[in-house]
Design a protein around this ligand. Structure first.
Ligand code: CA
Ligand code: CA
Length: 273
């Protein structure tokens, strides 16, 4: 009798272990395929495929979403969204969005968007957008836009834009734009446009950092007595008409004596034209 009782206990423990194991596997690795309206919370390694209206919530990590619509990712880490539509990512870190349409990212960190279109990023940090079209960034910091078109940036700081076209920047600071086309920059502050130019101050023809009489004299010297004298030729086009000639020296002197208008940018601070 004793032996039979022990066997029963062992059997119950064995079955309990199997049930716990199955429960653990289901909880740890939910696979959601072709399933509408699924909610997943506190999970790891979830895969969502061909599904609609999926919500991944609260403290989930390593979630993969592929070819799905209307997915919400909240308070999650390491989420990958691919070939999906209408994805919302909120309060999350380390999210990657590839080949997707209509992605909204809010209050998140370390987000990468690639080959995607119609992406909206708000209140976020450390965002990279590559080869994407129609990206809007609002109230965010540390943004990199590369090889992208139709990007709008508002109220943001620390922005690098490279090889991108059709950019509108409004009320933003610390922006670096490299090799861009069709830029449209409004209310710019601390804007630096790098076209491989050496920064200069218009009028500072001897490049000593100060615009004064000696710069006017240097123009006359270059034009009339010593053409080999050191002269910053971009700075010497003081009236910005595209050439250095008899008009530039008097233009500068008139300004210095308070009789004429100031040179056009870059002036009085260093910059590129
Ligand atoms: Ca000077
Ligand atoms: Ca000129």
């Amino acid at each position: 009798m004793k032996k039979s009782g022990e066997s029963k206990i062992f059997l119950i423990i064995f079955v309990a272990i199997i049930i716990l194991f199955i429960a653990f596997v289901l909880a740890a690795d939910p696979d959601i395929i072709d399933s509408p309206g699924t909610k997943v919370g506190n999970s790891t390694n979830s895969t969502v495929t061909n599904s609609q209206n999926t919500t991944i919530t609260t403290n989930s990590t390593n979630t993969n979403v592929t070819t799905s619509n209307n997915t919400q990712i909240i308070n999650s880490n390491n989420t990958k969204i691919q070939d999906s539509n209408q994805t919302v990512i909120t309060n999350s870190t380390n999210s990657t969005v590839i080949g997707s349409n209509e992605t909204a990212i809010d209050n998140s960190k370390n987000t990468n968007v690639e080959d995607s279109k119609n992406t909206t990023i708000g209140n976020s940090q450390n965002t990279t957008v590559i080869s994407s079209n129609k990206t809007s960034v609002d109230n965010s910091t540390n943004i990199r836009i590369v090889n992208s078109t139709n990007t709008t940036i508002i109220n943001s700081t620390n922005i690098q834009i490279t090889n991108s076209t059709n950019i509108t920047v409004t009320n933003s600071t610390n922006i670096t734009i490299n090799n861009q086309n069709n830029k449209n920059v409004i209310n710019k502050i601390n804007l630096r446009i790098d076209k491989n130019c050496k920064e200069f101050i218009r009028g500072d023809t001897n490049a000593d950092g100060i615009v004064d009489m000696s710069d006017g004299v240097r123009i006359f010297e270059y034009l009339y007595t010593n053409p080999s004298v050191s002269l910053n030729k971009e700075a010497a086009d003081v009236n910005s008409d595209g050439k250095i000639d008899i008009a530039d020296g008097p233009f500068l002197l008139n300004y210095l004596f308070g009789r004429g208008s100031a040179p056009k940018a870059p002036f009085p601070n260093k910059g590129c034209p």
